[in-house]
Write a protein that binds this ligand. Structure first.
Ligand SMILES: [Zn+2]
Ligand SMILES: [Zn+2]
Length: 263
């Protein structure tokens, strides 16, 4: 592996490839299995993670399988992985915890990784364990290391660290503290799968109807001057024109506009 490849592996991911996994922070909300919120919190369509979920939640940043694979391919088209152990049938050996040890090889360098299925069953469990193990091993090459480091800082001491450190995102739902995005009836990526095509689409500018709607909301509902709208757009997106707002930032701009509404 040359220096350039090593640096490329560590490069920061653009914000739009960083997934937001919601984690409910209110115990009462998470214990209410029916309405999924408590008396002091209401349900919202969260502009950041896109879930229909109690307002009492935070976000864990994560890089999905597809974005990780994309990064590995960019650095070494011939990257590969293989299981550390095989079972009697010659298949990758899954350990007693449902986890899988792998060797990840990038540009001739081999490093170990460990992945788990996190409650998934059947064929999905195997796929999840493989993807998780690749992300874990890739972290040892520096892929998305900044996110892992942040997650580890927040992990706290209660965490049993028998396995190599794994993103909190992958374990968030297992403690019964969080609703899986799927359960929350969400449009957000389920589990850790980040669809590259979907991400590319969200990077494109908003549509004409969205742009018109934005101006209607800003002028009629919020009563803002065109100048204030422009300032908000620049502050959030760095773009001068509302027509250049990327789709993934549309909701954020709208909620900012509504927040700045003239009373
Ligand atoms: Zn609550
Ligand atoms: Zn959210």
């Amino acid at each position: 592996m040359n220096d350039e490849q090593a640096i490329q592996l560590r490069e920061r991911f653009p914000d739009e490839l960083v997934g937001k996994l919601p984690r409910v922070t209110c115990k009462a909300c998470s214990e209410n299995k029916q309405s999924r919120h408590c008396a002091s919190h209401k349900m919202i369509r969260c502009p950041e993670c896109g879930n229909w979920i109690t307002e009492a939640h935070m976000h864990l940043d994560y890089i999905g399988h597809a974005a990780t694979t994309d990064r590995l391919l960019k650095v070494d088209r011939e990257w590969t992985w293989y299981p550390v152990a095989y079972d009697e049938q010659g298949l990758p050996r899954i350990d007693a915890n449902g986890g899988l040890w792998i060797t990840l090889e990038i540009a001739g360098v081999k490093r170990l990784g460990y992945g788990a299925a996190d409650g998934k069953k059947g064929p999905n469990a195997v796929k999840e364990a493989i993807g998780d193990a690749i992300r874990n091993a890739a972290m040892r090459f520096g892929v998305a290391l900044d996110l892992w480091a942040k997650e580890d800082l927040h992990a706290g001491d209660a965490e049993a660290n028998t396995a190599p450190p794994r993103p909190r995102s992958a374990t968030a739902a297992t403690a019964g503290e969080a609703q899986q995005p799927k359960e929350a009836g969400s449009a957000a990526p389920s589990g850790d799968i980040l669809d590259v095509a979907e991400v590319e689409k969200m990077k494109r500018p908003i549509t004409k109807p969205q742009q018109r709607r934005l101006w209607t909301i800003a002028r009629n509902d919020a009563g803002l001057s065109d100048e204030s709208v422009k300032n908000i757009v620049v502050a959030i997106t760095g773009q001068e024109s509302t027509g250049a707002i990327p789709r993934y930032q549309y909701d954020q701009v709208i909620s900012e506009i509504l927040g700045a509404a003239v009373a």
